[in-house]
Design a protein. Structure first.
Length: 409
């Protein structure tokens, strides 16, 4: 049976008033302990304190216990370093090596802290003091756990980044920073609040204030949040990646430079301009990725010849011009095609359908093909007609009297 002193606090509040009355009293608590002082004076809870006087007391047991727990912690620390890291190096991946490096030091502090707390509880401190030690220790344990979880989370992101193509990939350049910020918000902030609650500190008012503040921020930053979630949509749906050339509804070609949390950076190929467009503006319009599924592109060239021209000769010339260009694909399934499509008002209309090897070469190739067509047609005396109309004028019948007058004159 052990006597312990404690401070007892009573809070009283009237039903008709918000005023709180607090009364604090000192109290003596008699504990019918399961362990006698002799049983508490042990080493690691297993062996009787072997120290000579004056260290054969609880204080001497406390000091020896702390030393032994430190020794155990460092023994496990070097066991992890020598044995587990050695085993991890034999695997093909570096992920397990990094995990062991992350856990090793926090594990050392956890063991030392646990041993120190168990040793302190054997000393006859007041219940209030022991309760505060327990609160602090629980909080420290949670902080160490949060540190380990966050480091493992970061290491997982690094591993995924390497798997997805490195820091220059879409995942590494854009999605990884976003996931890091989400990790900070959820793991660190959420874990800190949970640690406070687990250690006995009331966080209800803090959570309520955070909820109200969150609603205020959400209403004040609607556009920012919209752009943020649109950016996540673009990254997850992946309609394009950095370096792709896209065609937007406004009728311009853009090269994707970067996709950020709030905006997307696009480079105008023809105007040499860099535009910063909000993510929701990009996500809410029709996007044509002209380099997907590959860089090839199919284009058509219209040409007209005069009526009376040898059409087979025209078709042969057009096919040869298309096949002779180095950037026109000739492999099976992508061969150039010539089709007679219409008998127009001014001439007979043909279309050359051809596949170009690279989408960014289309304008140069089409220009070259048109110039070759003009040169070959001139050489073969094939006329490219221009719009023209034939007007027939009929003589108007004049009255008989007027006709006689004209004859006399």
């Amino acid at each position: 049976m052990t006597e312990r002193t404690a401070i007892v606090t009573f809070n009283f509040r009237s039903l008709n008033s918000n005023e709180t009355i607090t009364i604090t009293k000192n109290a003596t608590i008699i504990i019918d302990s399961l362990l006698s002082e002799e049983e508490e004076n042990t080493i690691l809870g297993l062996f009787k304190n072997p120290l000579p006087e004056p260290l054969d007391t609880l204080l001497g047991a406390f000091i020896l216990n702390v030393i032994l727990w430190i020794f155990i912690a460092f023994a496990l620390y070097y066991f992890i370093k020598i044995i587990l890291i050695g085993l991890a190096k034999k695997t093909k991946t570096l992920f397990d090596d990094r995990l062991i490096q992350i856990v090793r030091r926090p594990f050392l502090f956890i063991i030392i802290l646990y041993g120190a707390i168990q040793s302190v509880f054997k000393l006859h401190f007041t219940i209030g003091f022991q309760f505060h030690i327990l609160q602090v220790s629980i909080f420290v344990f949670f902080i160490l756990g949060i540190y380990i979880i966050y480091r493992v989370y970061n290491e997982t992101l690094e591993a995924w980044t390497m798997k997805k193509g490195g820091e220059t990939s879409m995942f590494g350049a854009v999605l990884k920073p976003i996931l890091k910020k989400i990790g900070v918000s959820i793991i660190i902030v959420g874990g800190f609040i949970f640690a406070l609650n687990a250690s006995g500190i009331q966080v209800t008012a803090l959570l309520a204030g955070a909820g109200i503040m969150g609603l205020v921020i959400a209403f004040a930053a609607q556009d920012t949040l919209s752009n943020f979630f649109s950016g996540i949509h673009l990254l997850l749906d992946r309609p394009f990646k950095i370096g792709d050339v896209i065609y937007l509804e406004e009728g311009k070609y853009w090269r994707v430079v970067n996709v950020g949390m709030r905006s997307t950076r696009l480079y105008s190929i023809f105007n040499h301009e860099l535009i910063i467009m909000p993510n929701n503006a990009v996500a809410n319009q029709k996007i044509i990725n002209i380099v997907k599924p590959d860089a090839k592109i199919r284009k058509k060239v219209k040409v007209s010849v005069a009526y009376g021209t040898d059409l087979k000769k025209v078709s042969k010339i057009l096919i040869e011009i298309a096949k002779n260009h180095p950037n026109v694909i000739k492999e099976k399934g992508f061969e150039p095609l010539v089709r007679l499509v219409d008998f127009g008002e001014s001439g007979i209309e043909f279309i050359i359908s051809l596949w170009i090897d690279e989408v960014m070469n289309q304008w140069e190739v089409l220009s070259d093909v048109r110039m070759e067509i003009d040169a070959h047609f001139k050489k073969e005396h094939i006329t490219i007609p221009f719009p023209q109309r034939t007007v027939w004028l009929n003589q108007i019948n004049q009255p008989t009297s007027s006709k006689k007058k004209n004859e006399k004159n």
